[in-house]
Design a protein around this ligand. Structure first.
Ligand SMILES: O=P(O)(O)OC[C@H]1O[C@H](O[C@H]2O[C@H](CO)[C@@H](O)[C@H](O)[C@H]2O)[C@H](O)[C@@H](O)[C@@H]1O
Length: 893
């Protein structure tokens, strides 16, 4: 997307129209910031990546201070996943630039911060967020690592002494840090051109702060760690705010379907939101905004790894490892030395394997790299100690059997486990990965874990098969994997030995099978994995997320949005540009001018508030309806309800001239113009319908009873001509499954019956075929209108209808709106009047030059109506306005 304009004109225009949802003050602040930086609005599409740690390596280097203006040396960290995204983004999306916004690994003192910021911006397209040591400590160490990281990995802090207990001060730190990151984004954002992509559990509130500033900001979010089951997540005291934070993004990405479904289950159970699949994509409807839930596991930078295989450092190390492990199968683990990595479980399984098969002791070596831990806790120390103990025991027990043990790099002998307990460089890792016969991942939880991907790539070798022959390449393209089923990448690696890391027998068994794997099988498994991994690279992942964000937000410019809710409860309501709040005063003015009106008014949720109990009309409402029905310009005033006849009779028996529609259009009671009270209910369905209803009811009743019994909290509402299975008080997920099942069940058994089965919001409705609230629309506005509208003999206006209002709040009312639309757009035979000047109600077709049509839904939600009113109070106010207007008109004018 490009836009050409001179800067000054552009800025002026922006101030007049500050762009997608931003306030003018925001824009002024942004322009001032740009001016201070000496930049102007960049007009090319850009992806702004926001992450806790910028993809930079830094070290203190006072020597170069003078030249740089600060005492730090920086370089891009090509191993960072955030750095690796840029190639994919620039090559496979329409974005032309990437800007990174995030924290730094070390504290930069206040006096150097401006110089560092300027330098990073100029040289690396990076914008640092300086939180300060205290806030950083609360945010990262306290809340992220102390509380959130364990929670997302299913660990609840049961002990009161646990460092992982929820701490309000740290939560405040989390909140403040998210706000600071958001402020930095706002400072650098060009909302018309930028896509913001927020990363990981450190920044789950950021989309809320961002959307508060720009209602239609284009914001994606990706969670790198697991999203736990709702049973775990709901223990989080601020769960709703965090969910709302994610929902303020346009695309929320996860590595696996399991994480996505846990998130969806939380939004359903904790926020009552519905989700659906649209053309294969999952989406949540959040106040009119569609939030896409994307499942797209990340990948590795295949090209860099394939190049890395030939780096002199890798080649040299590989040669050394080959010599060291010659004649043995190398099992390799590379993990952070953290509690969830299951390193001790892996070693326990290895111990079991050797105890069952001591003959393997000189045939296999387990190399375990333990990179430094990122967290710290008592449990971690215990786990680490356990690892050291097992390694010692294993080497003592099996290391020297008959002198068959491996030789270590320093010439020591006797080890069946090589523990490398320190940080490793990529070259070192590549060397190890390329000599390993089997990679072993036994993490008990891990968002994705890219080690297997790196391993397969290194086993594939350099791009050119001829490269590196001096070093023994090409290697046979063989590999095997032992993978914990609790790790994100397990689902995409179908050729791995999948294990439950807690089941030591299972893991030991997999190790045994991997040890004996034939070359042919290792080749076949390798090929299958490689095919997937080299297609699903980190670049592919990044581009796929950004393209989804673009797809979803392309129409943003047209949406009408406004903010709702305070603080972190903030959300944006988005509406179709044609869907607007009804101007009740203008509508009443139209009403006053009209000569022949049709009013179709729903009852529950429209004239009275929606409730789970019966709400009767009060005296004021009845008197207004009486006045409307008595007005001779009102050719029809009809209460269109799903209620039963008896109930409507009870409520409206004293409103002369009102027409009643019961059970969604099965029964109709015509208006009693003379007030004699003699009108009877008429069936609006073909003769014989009652018989057919009896037949299908016999089938449906026992089935509904069965679902009612099996689904705690559900109930059956029986209206005679229709039946409803309602699960609003049942478990939402179970209710939905049962509803789907019930739909399938009913559709199969009712195939020959005259009956409609359809799903509604938390219910399934079964009703006689053809019964709908569209029927009164056809009666009053269709060919036979003369039979149904107020006759001239009762004071009715001659000619055609010039004012139509249909108003209601639920799904059944949508049928009425659609029928009005259809009749007005195709007026053949309809009674609508053609007049000469347009009116403020929706102008439906060129054929009706003067016709006011108001289809109004109650409550802001997707609807076929063109207008909305917020609630039944607004509807009653509208009715008041009508009667007041009606009274001021003399019948003869
Ligand atoms: O310790 P943090 O700074 O909070 O970082 C947490 C971890 O982030 C990275 O791992 C996560 O993202 C990976 C890529 O999506 C995924 O493979 C992994 O499963 C996630 O945990 C980082 O690679 C880890 O070292 C950090 O511990």
């Amino acid at each position: 997307m490009r836009r050409a304009a001179s800067t000054s004109m552009h800025n002026l225009q922006e101030l007049v129209n500050p762009g997608p949802g931003g306030t003018m003050l925001d824009r002024i602040a942004q322009l001032e910031a740009e001016e201070a930086r000496g930049t102007s609005v960049d007009q090319s599409e850009r992806v702004v990546i926001v992450c806790n740690s910028l993809p930079l390596k830094m070290r203190h280097d006072p020597e170069g201070s003078e030249e740089r203006g600060h005492s730090w040396h920086f370089e891009m960290d090509p191993d960072s996943i955030y750095a690796q995204t840029s190639v994919g983004i620039l090559e496979k999306t329409s974005a032309e630039k990437v800007l990174w916004i995030g924290g730094l690994g070390s504290e930069v003192e206040l006096f150097e911060q401006d110089a560092v910021a300027e330098d990073l911006r100029d040289r690396f397209s990076c914008v640092p967020v300086f939180l300060g040591a205290e806030l950083k400590d609360k945010h990262y160490k306290g809340f992220c690592k102390g509380f959130l990281w364990p929670l997302m990995h299913y660990v609840l802090p049961m002990s009161p002494q646990s460092a992982g207990r929820y701490n309000k001060v740290n939560w405040q730190g989390y909140l403040a840090a998210n706000k600071r990151f958001a402020d930095k984004v706002v400072e650098h954002l060009s909302p018309d051109y930028d896509f913001v992509w927020v990363h990981d559990y450190h920044l789950m509130l950021l989309p809320t702060f961002l959307r508060k500033r720009y209602n239609t900001v284009r914001c994606g979010y990706f969670l790198h760690c697991p999203f736990p089951s709702s049973e775990i997540f709901k223990t989080f005291p601020n769960r709703d705010l965090v969910l709302r934070g994610l929902l303020n993004a346009d695309v929320v990405g996860f590595h696996t379907f399991d994480y996505a479904r846990h998130f969806l289950s939380c939004t359903t159970r904790l926020l009552g939101l519905n989700h659906k699949t649209e053309r294969g994509a999952l989406a949540i409807d959040y106040y009119g905004r569609s939030v896409s839930v994307k499942i797209c596991p990340t990948g590795v930078d295949v090209a860099r790894l394939q190049e890395g295989i030939m780096w002199p450092d890798s080649v040299q190390r590989r040669q050394a490892y080959r010599a060291q492990f010659e004649g043995r199968k190398v099992f390799l683990g590379v993990d952070d030395f953290d509690v969830f990595k299951g390193i001790e479980l892996k070693l326990q399984a290895f111990e079991l394997l050797l105890s069952q098969h001591p003959e393997l002791a000189d045939k296999i070596v387990m190399v375990q790299v333990c990179n430094p831990a990122r967290g710290d806790s008592r449990e971690l120390q215990e786990v680490q100690q356990e690892v050291f103990d097992i390694v010692e025991r294993l080497n003592a027990t099996y290391g020297s059997i008959d002198g068959r043990s491996s030789k270590t790099s320093d010439g020591e002998s006797g080890k069946v486990v090589e523990l490398i307990n320190r940080g490793t460089t990529l070259a070192e890792r590549i060397a190890l990965l390329s000599v390993a016969d089997c990679a072993v991942v036994t993490a008990t939880r891990d968002g994705m874990n890219l080690l297997p991907y790196e391993y397969i790539t290194c086993r594939q070798g350099p791009v050119s098969v001829d490269a590196g022959t001096a070093d023994g390449y090409p290697l046979p393209r063989q590999s095997s994997l032992i993978m914990s089923e609790f790790v994100g990448c397990s689902s995409s690696l179908s050729g791995a030995f999948r294990v439950n890391p807690w089941n030591t027998d299972d893991v030991a068994d997999a190790m045994y099978r991997a040890a004996l794997l034939s070359g042919g099988e290792a080749e076949a498994r390798h090929e299958r994995h490689w095919k997937y991994i080299h297609e699903h690279t980190v670049g592919y992942w990044a581009a796929s997320n950004i393209n989804e964000l673009k797809r979803l937000t392309d129409g943003n410019g047209n949406a009408r949005c406004y903010g709702l809710g305070f603080g972190l409860n903030f959300r944006v309501v988005a509406m179709d540009p044609d869907f607007r709040a009804m101007d009740t005063v203008a509508c009443a003015a139209d009403y006053g001018k009209a000569k022949k009106r049709v009013l179709l008014i729903d009852y529950d949720g429209t004239l009275v508030q929606a409730a789970s109990y019966d709400v009767s009309p009060d005296a004021e409402l009845l008197s207004h309806l009486t006045a409307l029905a008595a007005d001779p310009r009102n050719a029809a005033v009809c209460v269109v309800s799903g209620r039963e006849r008896k109930q409507l009779d009870n409520w409206f028996r004293n409103v002369p001239g009102i027409a009643l529609l019961a059970e969604h259009g099965f029964w109709y009671k015509p208006p009693d113009w003379s007030g004699s009270g003699s009108k009877d209910w008429q069936m609006l369905v073909p003769a014989g319908t009652e018989e057919t209803i009896k037949r299908w009811r016999e089938i449906v009743e026992p089935i509904l009873d069965q679902y009612h019994d099996a689904t705690d909290g559900s109930l059956i509402r029986d209206k005679g001509t229709s039946m409803i299975w309602d699960y609003r008080d049942a478990d939402p997920d179970f209710g939905q499954w049962q509803a789907k099942e019930l739909m399938d069940h009913l559709e199969s058994v009712l195939v020959n019956e005259q009956v409609d089965v359809f799903p509604g919001h938390n219910h399934v409705e079964i009703k006689a075929h053809g019964v709908s609230k569209a029927t009164p629309v056809e009666m009053f506005l269709g060919e036979n209108w003369e039979i149904h509208l107020r006759p001239e003999s009762e004071g009715g206006t001659p000619g055609k209808v010039d004012f139509v209002m249909a108003i209601g709040d639920d799904r059944s009312d949508e049928e009425m709106f659609m029928a009005v639309d259809a009749l007005v757009l195709n007026p053949e035979g309809a009674v609508v009047q053609k007049m000469s000047c347009p009116m403020p109600g929706k102008e439906k077709s060129k054929g009706h030059e003067h016709l006011s049509v108001y289809c109004v839904t109650v409550g802001q939600k997707p609807s076929k109506a063109d207008f909305y009113l917020d609630d039944s109070d607004d509807v009653v106010q509208l009715v008041r306005n009508f009667t007041a207007t009606g009274q001021s008109q003399s019948p003869s004018t």
